[in-house]
Design a protein around this ligand. Structure first.
Ligand SMILES: *[C@@H]1O[C@H](CO)[C@@H](O)[C@H](O)[C@H]1NC(C)=O
Ligand SMILES: *[C@@H]1O[C@H](CO)[C@@H](O)[C@H](O)[C@H]1NC(C)=O
Ligand SMILES: *[C@@H]1O[C@H](CO)[C@@H](O)[C@H](O)[C@H]1NC(C)=O
Ligand SMILES: *[C@@H]1O[C@H](CO)[C@@H](O)[C@H](O)[C@H]1NC(C)=O
Ligand SMILES: *[C@@H]1O[C@H](CO)[C@@H](O)[C@H](O)[C@H]1NC(C)=O
Ligand SMILES: *[C@@H]1O[C@H](CO)[C@@H](O)[C@H](O)[C@H]1NC(C)=O
Ligand SMILES: *[C@@H]1O[C@H](CO)[C@@H](O)[C@H](O)[C@H]1NC(C)=O
Ligand SMILES: *[C@@H]1O[C@H](CO)[C@@H](O)[C@H](O)[C@H]1NC(C)=O
Ligand SMILES: *[C@@H]1O[C@H](CO)[C@@H](O)[C@H](O)[C@H]1NC(C)=O
Length: 466
């Protein structure tokens, strides 16, 4: 099968989809939300008494340096320089108009004392900690209500030293939900780039209630058996662009979320306009890209392309459940290459954890207009395990140009799913068998735009060019 519907055509599609004001999409690079001139002021963490011996606790040095730099925030901002060394610290807060810069061979190390990670309120869209009722430990690097904050460097490292937390989790001796490595909350103009993140206690990078977030050229690593060490989790955030990342962790590489059951429904802040491209990674227990399972504020306008997942559990997942409410709609995923993946596409509607007994079991999620296109895969066990909810069919699911070498005798297993397909091998399940062409392209997210823009004449040649 020749795959010649390429990026050029995609850009054509995007150029004509005027109903979405989403300028970054047409470009192949994330556009910076703010102009980032060199910060006029810069200090090194050593000027505040920090010692990079891997033993001395430097929380005070980070806090004092950032407190000092706060006076420059209305003067173009400032840079905190972290030189080569091993800088042990507890949780500290960022400020607006700050660049945290980690030089080559600079390593920020998370303290293994939980007292160095203070307990903060749960997120209103979750109602409680994700793991345990009540509050949650604050992330190692934390920011709230910020504008224009940059975490970058020359491939320096932020290492959460998460194994102590993983052990407490496994022994069920945690008092509060584990901390993230980096969390930005209610912030805008966030850039995280050119760094390596290791061994997060819990999710690695968590932008929540944020807008205009760029994550670029980062490496995120955690052992394959480390629990819940998700890579990047945009949560109730909009205009998020993630590109050129390598992620290998114990759980989802990227999980797009928006709050949990009745708390997420009433907080009602969706994740929307999310771009992911040039992502490479693997996981043994999780998904390359997941949406959910906490999606109660809604997830829409997700565009992911040029993905490569190898020796992984699942490539693309939508996770939800009765009680979640919310929606997942207008999702476009293309150019996915898979090697050695158990399940290529999975819709799992039985995610049972609920925050408490007050969720509404009649709050059914709306899952619609999901297009997955140009997927090739070798050594795949199951092509699709697509389970909707009885009385709540997931609809307008479109699969186009998918070629998988599958070992299972029943490659597709679908229930409560409705949609269309074309050029799918092995042959898709009954509910998706109806052809996209000629009559259903307008029912498929993003495919209709192409046909409208290129006209019927081109449609023929485009189809023949496979
Ligand atoms: C978010 O931050 C802005 C300031 O940047 C503040 O005015 C607003 O109250 C904050 N909202 C929440 C929910 O924290
Ligand atoms: C952020 O804004 C909220 C709402 O205005 C406020 O309650 C909170 O104290 C602020 N937090 C910080 C760290 O500025
Ligand atoms: C990615 O980061 C590395 C190390 O910081 C740097 O050498 C390289 O130029 C970066 N690549 C891009 C595309 O920014
Ligand atoms: C950055 O460092 C990590 C590990 O220290 C390495 O695996 C990765 O290749 C480096 N990235 C770049 C772009 O040099
Ligand atoms: C990453 O590093 C490269 C090489 O130094 C630089 O060109 C690029 O602008 C950096 N990217 C970001 C987003 O900081
Ligand atoms: C995979 O993750 C799920 C949910 O986080 C967990 O229940 C399960 O034990 C994990 N399996 C393995 C083999 O780690
Ligand atoms: C598809 O993605 C791969 C990376 O997985 C990339 O090398 C290739 O150029 C992409 N193809 C197109 C047409 O963009
Ligand atoms: C489909 O999956 C269900 C479990 O979700 C399983 O019970 C059933 O046997 C599967 N059907 C086929 C044909 O594999
Ligand atoms: C497509 O729609 C036309 C007009 O409604 C109809 O005549 C034709 O049978 C349909 N084709 C298929 C394959 O369903």
């Amino acid at each position: 099968m020749k795959r010649s519907f390429s990026l050029v055509d995609v850009l054509l599609v995007l150029a004509f989809c005027g109903h979405i004001a989403w300028t970054v999409k047409a470009s192949s690079e994330c556009k910076q939300a703010l102009s980032r001139e060199i910060r006029p002021h810069s200090v090194a963490i050593t000027e505040f008494g920090a010692v990079g011996d891997g033993v001395t606790l430097n929380t005070k040095a980070f806090q004092n340096a950032i407190f000092y730099l706060n006076s420059f925030s209305d003067k173009g901002g400032a840079k905190l320089f972290v030189p080569a060394g091993r800088w042990l610290t507890g949780s500290f807060d960022l400020i607006s108009h700050l660049t945290l810069w980690l030089d080559k061979d600079a390593v920020i190390l998370g303290s293994d004392n939980p007292d160095d990670w203070p307990v903060v309120d749960p997120l209103p869209s979750y109602g409680r900690g994700v793991e345990l009722p009540g509050g949650r430990h604050r992330s190692l690097i934390y920011g709230r209500n910020l504008t224009d904050v940059i975490i970058t460097g020359d491939n320096g490292t932020i290492d959460g030293q998460g194994s102590v937390w993983w052990n407490w989790f496994k022994r069920k001796t945690l008092d509060y939900t584990r901390p993230h490595l980096v969390e930005l909350m209610n912030s805008t103009g966030v850039v995280i780039s050119n760094l390596t993140f290791l061994n997060s206690p819990f999710w690695t990078i968590h932008p929540v209630y944020c807008s205009h977030v760029i994550v670029q050229n980062v490496t995120i690593l955690a052992p394959p058996d480390s629990p819940n060490t998700d890579g990047i989790n945009p949560d109730s955030s909009n205009d998020v662009c993630i590109e050129d990342c390598y992620i290998s962790t114990g759980d989802d590489l990227i999980a797009i979320k928006s709050g949990w059951d009745e708390y997420g429904i009433s907080f009602a802040r969706p994740s929307t306009n999310i771009i992911i491209r040039r992502l490479i990674g693997h996981n043994r227990n999780g998904s390359g890209i997941a949406i959910g399972s906490e999606m109660s504020g809604g997830v829409s306008e997700v565009y992911a392309e040029n993905l490569y997942f190898f020796y992984s559990s699942t490539a693309i997942t939508i996770k939800t459940a009765r009680g979640r409410g919310g929606y997942v709609r207008n999702i476009y995923i293309l150019n996915v290459t898979l090697v050695g993946v158990d399940t290529a596409i999975r819709f799992d509607s039985t995610f049972s954890p609920h925050p408490d007994d007050f969720y509404d079991p009649n709050a059914l999620p709306v899952i619609e207009r999901i297009t997955i296109k140009d997927v090739i895969g070798n050594n795949i066990k199951v092509a699709g395990l697509l389970k909707g909810i009885e009385g709540d069919t997931f609809h307008h699911v479109c699969l186009l140009n998918i070629a998988l070498t599958v070992t299972s005798g029943s490659p597709w297993n679908c229930s409560y799913i409705q949609g269309y397909s074309a050029m799918v091998s092995p042959e898709t399940c009954e509910p998706l068998k109806e052809s996209i062409y000629p009559n259903h392209s307008s029912d498929c997210y993003h495919l209709s735009n192409h046909l409208r823009s290129s006209g019927n004449q081109n449609k023929g040649s485009w189809l023949h060019s496979w």
